[in-house]
Each structure stands twice: as C-alpha cells, then as structure tokens.
Design a protein around this ligand. Structure first.
Ligand code: PGA
Length: 250
C-alpha cells in the first residue's frame, strides 16, 4: 500500500503491443480517466520503443511517466536490437524495466546481465524496475525463497536501493489469469525488502493484476504498486487499476 517513504508505482507494461496510432488512441481515452487520480501514486507506461515518442507527446502535462521495456549497459555500440540510456533520455523516459521473466526465458538473460542493465539504468539517471520471480516448478518444489533470494543477491549487486523499484512477478501468474494470493504476494514482497535491506524500497507485485483484484492487492502492507501486462492495454481497465481503492486487509 506504500508509505510516506515508499512511493506507490503503478506501471503498465505494453510488451510487444501498440502502434503509435493505437498508443495515441489509448492516451486520449486514458488521460481523462486519471485526471483526478490522487497524487500519492506514480503512473507509469512502458510502450514499445517505437511508441515512446508518441506517448511522450500525448501525455505532456499529465501525471503519466514513461518507462522503457529494457536498457543496455553500453551507451552505444554493435548491439543489434538493444537501446541505451542516452537514447531513452531523449524521449523523457524515467524508468527502465529490467529482468522481466520474458527476456529471462526467451533470451536466456542472466542475473549478471540484468545487474549490468540495472546499473546502467541508474548511472544514466533512470530508475530500474527490476523483476524477480519463481517458476511454477520452483514453487511446487519449495524453492521460491531460495530462487528469489539468489536473483536479489546477484541482480542487485552495486545497485543503489534508494533509486530502485522491485517487481515481484511469479512467472506462473504472468498472463495466465492465475494471481498469486494477495497474502502470499505480500509475504514475498516483505521478504524481498528485507533481503535488499532497505526499508524504503518500493516493491510491486505483478502477474494477472486486473480491475477486480487490484483493491485487495493494494491493501497489502508490503505491496507498493503493481506491474501490469494485459490489463494495461485497455484504457478503462488500466485506469481502474490506477484508481485503486484499497480496502483494509483482513
Ligand atoms: P500480466 O503481465 O499482467 O499480463 O500477467 C504482467 C507482466 O508481465 O509484467
């Protein structure tokens, strides 16, 4: 639920969705719906690189902040398909998602590479949104805590925790409609904060966040926001998530 020193960050990760025209249309529907959203939460959109500029122009004067979906550790060079902080800076990007389970899975990204990305993001003035999370198999075999602790230890080396957001994203909950029970997500988010050793660290939950579970998720004491995939693609649905109203946790 965030605290005075742990800002709430509600981020939409569009993944490989949205042309520039679609992004502009989303923005024109979304912005009026968040015009009176309380200022206690930061609203972040992570469009594909090609739509960053269209979104930047569309959200001028609003409370929406931009994130990139990845960032490379070099400023430039022979790295086909990659993007650097220098390039992102031109488009007003403030956050960079790193270590998402999709590049971890499809492109075999290692904790070491993720660490380099996160460090480069911070060195370039961006706040990394560093994702961690266990697979279905790892959870079933009782390895959840060990796996996440390793991701934290290896991925967070040399990172300034005061300029970091961590997203706890159990892989089995991403895009599956299976949400982690709010109390369990809360427990893991609290553990991550204690492993990082920074009481003011913002820890998000991600994995099938929807308008109908956001209020319960945001009522949890150790969850300071969400990283949303599918439900961030539709303006009404993402606006409902941004405009969450946490009810008191049982
Ligand atoms: P989802 O994706 O909300 O579609 O489950 C979450 C994510 O990948 O960050």
């Amino acid at each position: 639920m965030g605290t005075a020193s742990r800002p709430v960050v509600i981020a939409g990760n569009w993944k490989m969705h949205m042309t520039c025209a679609e992004a502009r249309s989303f923005a024109s529907q979304f912005l009026p719906l968040v015009a009176s959203t309380p200022g206690d939460r930061t609203i972040v959109l992570a469009p594909p690189f090609t739509a960053l500029e269209a979104v930047r122009q569309a959200v001028v004067g609003s409370a929406v902040t931009l994130a990139s979906q990845n960032v490379h550790w070099e400023g430039n060079g022979a790295f086909t398909g990659e993007i650097s902080t220098r390039m992102l800076e031109e488009h007003g990007v403030a956050y960079a998602i790193v270590g998402h389970s999709e590049p971890r899975k499809y492109f075999s990204e290692s904790d070491e590479q993720i660490n380099l990305r996160a460090r480069a993001a911070q060195a370039g003035g961006l706040i990394p949104i560093l994702c961690v999370g266990e697979s279905d198999e790892q959870r079933s075999s009782g390895d959840t805590e060990r796996v996440i602790r390793r991701q934290v230890e290896q991925g967070f080396d040399g990172i300034d925790p005061a300029r970091l957001v961590v997203a706890y994203e159990p892989i089995w909950a991403i895009g599956t409609g299976k949400t982690c029970a709010a109390s369990e997500a809360n427990r893991i988010c609290g553990l991550i904060r204690s492993w990082v050793g920074h009481p003011d660290l913002t820890v998000q939950y991600g994995g099938s966040v929807k308008p109908d579970n956001i209020d319960e998720i945001m009522a949890q004491s150790d969850i300071d926001g969400v990283l949303v995939g599918g439900a961030s693609l539709e303006a009404q649905s993402f606006a409902r998530i941004v405009n969450y109203q946490p009810f008191p946790a049982a």
